[in-house]
Write a protein that binds this ligand. Structure first.
Ligand SMILES: [Zn+2]
Length: 255
């Protein structure tokens, strides 16, 4: 079974006791805080409401979902916001509509705690990550995309620096489990690997351009690393997309 199959069949995973992820193309996470439930991200399809509420109640009981964090407010992270609000009077928290201090907002309960921290600019200007320090589980939203450059804007020296700085902060946390916004869960190793991959690609493409190679040849010959072939949808399109973006930025002289 390849990793693309994994995401197409939703799976309920429990990376720490009482902390669950419905892993699919769009991921939703919920945590038993002890006397309430915290949810992170709210999917793309509103018609998943009954299924999602059902699995939350089956796994962590019927405490109220008091808080729902959106890592950012793209349409594929917010579809169930309103459903939760109507069922449980849930507080919806995201950087577009709430004030989140730079040092983060803590959520505490008798069983565990989590902190939501702004790390803006890698994907949107409202990106936040959620960290469960005792569980060592880190939710990064769309900052990590299994090989994709997460930037909505252009890759250039400034945005590369921002990616590097943000990834250094994420890697520093030393999470045991990393939950991306989409697709399979991973670990800190994949965060490190992606930064190395991007640096490697930039070096290779800069050298090829200096050597006078054509775009066609660079696109055709810049191979995906062997150890990343199994990355989710990486061979299908993400590697080629990344090569194209890096090449364009190198040719423009902004990398
Ligand atoms: Zn997004």
């Amino acid at each position: 079974m390849t990793m693309s199959d994994i995401a197409e069949t939703p799976q309920i995973l429990e990376p720490a006791p009482g902390l669950f992820v419905r892993q699919a193309v769009d991921n939703i996470t919920w945590a038993d805080m002890g006397d309430y439930i915290l949810v992170v991200d709210a999917l793309e399809q509103a018609d998943l409401e009954d299924e999602v509420v059902g699995v939350i109640e089956r796994t962590v009981g019927d405490d109220p979902v008091r808080c729902l964090i959106n890592t950012h407010t793209h349409y594929d992270h917010v579809a169930l916001n309103e459903a939760f609000r109507q069922r449980y009077d849930t507080e919806i928290i995201n950087k577009a509509t709430s004030e989140i201090p730079d040092e983060g907002r803590w959520f505490t309960g008798p069983r565990r705690r989590a902190v939501m921290t702004p790390m803006v600019g890698c994907h949107t200007d409202e990106d936040c990550v959620v960290w469960f320090p005792e569980d060592r589980v880190l939710l990064v939203g769309d900052i990590f995309g299994w090989g994709i450059i997460p930037l909505v804007g252009r890759l250039n020296r400034d945005s590369l620096r921002l990616l590097e700085d943000t990834y250094a902060r994420l890697i520093e946390l030393d999470a045991r489990t990393v939950v991306p916004g989409h697709g399979p869960l991973c670990t800190t190793l994949e965060l490190r690997r992606w930064v190395d991959y991007l640096h490697g690609l930039i070096g290779t493409i800069q050298a090829a351009c200096r050597a006078g190679q054509s775009d066609e040849r660079i696109l055709a010959e810049t191979a995906p690393p062997d150890d990343m072939h199994h990355w989710w949808r990486f061979l299908k399109w993400k590697h080629a997309d990344t090569v194209q973006k890096v090449l364009r930025s190198v040719r423009r002289g902004v990398l």
